[in-house]
Ligand binder design. Structure first.
Ligand SMILES: Cc1ncc(COP(=O)(O)O)c(C=O)c1O
Length: 380
């Protein structure tokens, strides 16, 4: 990779948490308030009042690039260093002249990047009884890790969770609990269960160790493509985006979060100046239905992200189909960043899109049939 970023800026090397809110850059603010695709009407929001922090105990704990580096050392041997692969080019991309690489986390063990944050938390905490709320992939990652360690995992899932993801969690030996409602109700039940049973709560994104683990995706990208101009990151609870933001401190790369148009919680929150909670929204990207920013990722994203953009379900499905034509098996959530890169269509330098998951129905059926990894073997 040889193209230098076209508009280098002063590297940022530290973040202040919790601190007063830094103003959003005009570029980011414009992106958050002027989506190309339709944003749900104001009536679909339950509230624009500040949301209750999901993890109050976590606030004020500083995280930095060093935490991501520590996570990389901790999880090496448990996760796969996924390749950066050539992305669509020429006529497949609406704007010619851009170079695009794909960070292939759909090839990660467990089928998604979620293994990174889950491994960092499980290993650092030495957790043996674990509870979580998940749309599926974080639960699959935890169940996969727990099996060889002899640990127990309970995964709370909201209505609308993918049945094949539930089947894989069970096949890996995890216990599942279904709750009516959306992600907020799911996460509340997981917190209750942890309190009732004394199990360790490992949230899917709102946790320092999870964010630091997800940041290893960013470390790998910047190590292999140091001249990347822009990285596109799918954004649900914000764990992956916050982690990539941490990894990008000290580097001039533009970090762009991509949300489904039906669930633009970060775009809305950054525009409002405080975390807002949305009504449960619908999107084909089942991993990106979170209703509010997490207390841990929010200030990191607010401080470092360059843009937040939204993509429609049709754009997500088009991106997934494009990947399929190139032999990449990505689930809809996993194709969101590519949809964002295609939609953005600007910049002449190197862009990287994180293909965050490959847990399609076919891949999940194979995983369910395979069952848990052996107790005597590590997950790598
Ligand atoms: C495949 C995939 N991509 C992206 C995300 C969003 O990640 P985060 O919640 O860290 O923003 C998820 C979340 O479940 C996911 O499963």
């Amino acid at each position: 990779m040889t193209t230098a970023p076209s508009a280098p800026r002063a590297p940022r090397t530290s973040i202040a948490l919790p601190g007063p809110r830094a103003p959003m850059t005009p570029r980011a603010l414009a992106a958050s308030t002027a989506p190309v695709t339709s944003i749900p009407s104001a009536t679909s929001m339950t509230s624009t009042a500040p949301a209750a922090p999901a993890a109050p105990a976590a606030r004020g704990v500083p995280l930095g690039r060093a935490d991501v580096e520590a996570a990389a050392a901790r999880i090496a041997g448990h996760v796969r260093r996924t390749p950066l692969l050539a992305g669509p080019a020429g006529p497949e991309l609406p704007r010619a002249g851009r170079r695009l690489l794909l960070k292939a986390e759909h090839l990660q063990h467990s089928g998604s990047f979620k293994l990174r944050g889950a491994a960092n938390a499980v290993l650092a905490l030495g957790a043996r009884r674990i509870v979580t709320g998940s749309s599926g992939n974080h639960g699959i990652a935890l169940a996969r890790l727990a099996a060889p360690l002899g640990a127990e995992v309970t995964v709370v899932l909201a209505g609308g969770a993918h049945p094949a993801k539930i089947a894989v969690i069970k096949a890996l030996g995890g216990r599942t609990v279904r709750v009516p409602g959306g992600v907020a109700e799911r996460d509340a039940r997981a917190r209750e269960l942890a309190e009732e049973t004394g199990a360790v709560l490992i949230p899917s994104s709102d946790h320092e160790l999870v964010v630091a683990g997800q940041g290893t995706v960013g470390l790998e990208i910047l190590a292999e493509a140091p001249d990347a101009e822009t990285v596109y990151v799918p954004t649900g609870g914000g764990g992956l985006l916050a982690g990539v933001c941490l990894a990008a401190y000290g580097h001039p790369v533009r970090v762009v979060g991509v949300e489904p148009a039906g669930t633009p919680r970060y775009a809305r929150s950054l525009a409002a100046g405080h975390p807002v909670r949305l009504a449960p929204g619908d999107t084909v990207a089942d991993g990106l239905r979170g209703q509010q920013p997490g207390a841990v990722p929010y200030p990191i994203i607010r401080d470092r992200v360059d843009d937040l953009i939204t993509v429609s379900d049709a754009q997500i499905l088009d991106a997934a189909a494009l990947l399929r034509r190139r032999g990449f098996e990505a689930e809809p959530s996993g194709a969101v960043a590519l949809a964002g890169a295609i939609r953005a269509g600007r910049g002449t330098g190197l862009a990287v899109a994180v293909i965050s998951g490959g847990n399609t129905k076919t891949a999940l059926m194979t995983a369910a049939a395979a069952g848990p990894p052996s107790r005597t073997h590590r997950t790598a």
